[in-house]
Design a protein around this ligand. Structure first.
Ligand code: NAI
Ligand code: MG
Length: 474
């Protein structure tokens, strides 16, 4: 089998031979087999791409809003036409099962982009404030650094909001998922992005990523990934007073209150476990802690055993992205056992499979906030069950981690659920299931990040505000 090889990077809309020469081999996590190779950009390539973006932004005339939005609309249509290609590429790069790749990875990305376009169309970029005029202008050149877990969605969300706001983007995708990013680059060229408005460069985080975050000629860096790297990026950006926005990890709770009947309770557990295992648990917002009434602990254990058995690795549950990720998750499982968590389902001592990086769900019970599994983001199909003794205790447990990204509250009484949601320190709280308004903002409290994506707030991340004061008269 001949390997696909990508020897060019996209600098400002032109496929270009990079200055960097390192080659990186991509491994299909479903089989563990090598399937493609890319050449990696280096610091010099980042300089070239930033310069192209800088010229596009500085040497106007500006790309008008209506044209930007029309082009983003064409981009959405092109990606939709190419759904199969995007889905197959993501399946090969990060393992998502075909149906999930099409519906969630491609479909979800398009939903977010089209919502952003509609909101930008109506956005008051220029509005009166009494006798003054308040103008919202693009912040400038954006460096975007994205992860592998939602390779299209995270990149497209940043590009959509930034371009809607009027900012050119230099994108450094994750090492595992450059081909998805290159398909996006191709679609942007075909949609008619002008020269310099989008560059896409495969590269290593500590090389190309670090060079982009520290670049004195970018105006903002938008990052999604681990909390550790987020701190490094914030430090690099701070040295230049570059604006930054960080969407980081999570340890989000699904809290079930004590007023549900048996059917309602079973639904809540199914929903909670479902969004823990979403994308094989490789989801920043995943509800990885299920916080249930103490009196319902045994019911919970029985239910999760039954529900987890429906998730079959290699069928409806994709593998983990890489051998490295599999080993990281395995290490979290060992720590949970060492800390005395109760194994409720699955085998925490299972060995890495011969072929591919599959892992069946593992569920622990009686996980306390003192255990590492009560604190650490695992990023795999691993659930921690915790118990509470009432609403106040449930709130305390929900808030017992350094993170605050997502969460859910389930109750028969919706007002009571919302009262608990009000007390959870996180950027998103769902009520009685995963129902998402795409115009609503998303982002983290505490160690889950700084800033918001999606909707009006996602566009405002990329805007500077100017006050034009009323003319002074003599
Ligand atoms: P990571 O944070 O290292 O990678 C994310 C992006 O940052 C990639 O594009 C990477 O190349 C880049 N990067 C890495 N080091 C950099 C640096 N020094 N300067 C600039 N950019 C840099 O995440 P990784 O290693 O793939 O996964 C490790 C853990 O991070 C996961 O187990 C999970 O807990 C968490 N994670 C969270 C994500 C989220 O959506 N919040 C996404 C991916 C990972
Ligand atoms: Mg890393």
């Amino acid at each position: 089998m001949s390997m696909e090889s990508k020897d060019l990077i996209d600098v400002g809309g032109t496929w270009t031979t990079p200055h960097g020469t390192e080659r990186l081999t991509l491994v299909d996590p479903r089989s563990g087999e090598e399937f493609a190779e890319v050449v990696l950009a280096d610091e010099t390539d980042i300089d070239t791409a930033v310069a192209a973006a800088r010229r596009a932004f500085d040497s106007g005339p500006a790309w008008p809003l209506a044209d930007r939005l029309a082009t983003l609309r064409r981009l959405a249509d092109l990606i939709e036409e190419r759904t199969e290609l995007f889905a197959e590429t993501m399946s090969a790069e990060m393992g998502a099962p075909a149906a999930f790749a099409r519906m969630v990875h491609v479909g979800g990305s398009l939903g977010t982009l089209r919502t952003t376009i509609a909101l930008a169309e109506a956005y008051p970029f220029r509005e009166p404030l009494g006798p003054s005029t308040i103008v919202s202008e693009p912040v400038g050149v954006v460096g975007a650094i994205t992860p592998w877990n939602f390779p299209l969605h995270q990149a497209l969300t940043k590009i959509g909001s930034a371009v809607a706001a009027g900012c050119p983007v230099v994108l450094k995708p994750a090492e595992n998922t450059p081909l998805t990013a290159y398909l996006l680059a191709e679609a942007a060229i075909d949609a008619g992005f002008p020269t310099g408005w989008l560059s896409v460069l495969a590269g290593r985080g500590p090389v190309a990523g670090a060079a982009l975050a520290a670049h004195p000629d970018i105006d903002m860096v938008s990052f999604t990934g681990s909390t550790g790297v987020g701190k490094a990026i914030a430090g690099a950006a701070a040295a230049n007073l570059t604006r930054y926005s960080l969407e980081l990890g999570g340890k989000s709770p699904a809290v079930i209150l004590d007023d549900l009947d048996d059917a309602g309770f079973a639904n809540a557990v199914r929903s909670g476990l479902g969004f823990c295992l979403f994308n094989s648990g490789q989801t920043c917002a995943a509800w990885t802690r299920l916080v249930v009434p103490e009196a319902r602990y045994d019911d919970t254990v029985a239910l999760v055993r039954e529900i987890a058995a429906d998730y079959v690795p290699g069928e409806n549950l994709g593998p983990l992205v890489s051998a490295l990720q599999w080993d990281r998750v395995s290490a979290h499982l060992q720590r949970a056992v060492e800390d005395g968590a109760e194994v409720v389902y699955g085998d925490p001592h299972v060995a890495r499979p011969e072929r591919g990086f599959h892992l069946a769900p593992v569920i622990f019970g009686r996980v306390t906030p003192q255990m590492r599994l009560g604190q650490d983001e695992v990023f795999g199909p691993v659930l921690a069950i915790q118990t509470h003794t009432g609403d106040d205790d449930a709130v305390a447990i929900a808030n017992s981690t350094a993170y605050g990204l997502s969460g859910a509250v389930f109750a028969a009484d919706e007002e009571r659920a919302i009262a608990v949601a009000d007390r959870i320190r996180s950027g998103v709280v769902h009520i009685n299931g995963l129902n998402t308004n795409q115009s609503a903002p998303f982002g983290g409290f505490k160690s889950s990040g700084i800033g918001r994506e999606y909707g009006r707030w996602g566009i405002e991340e990329f805007l500077e505000v100017k006050s034009i004061q009323p003319p002074a008269r003599g």
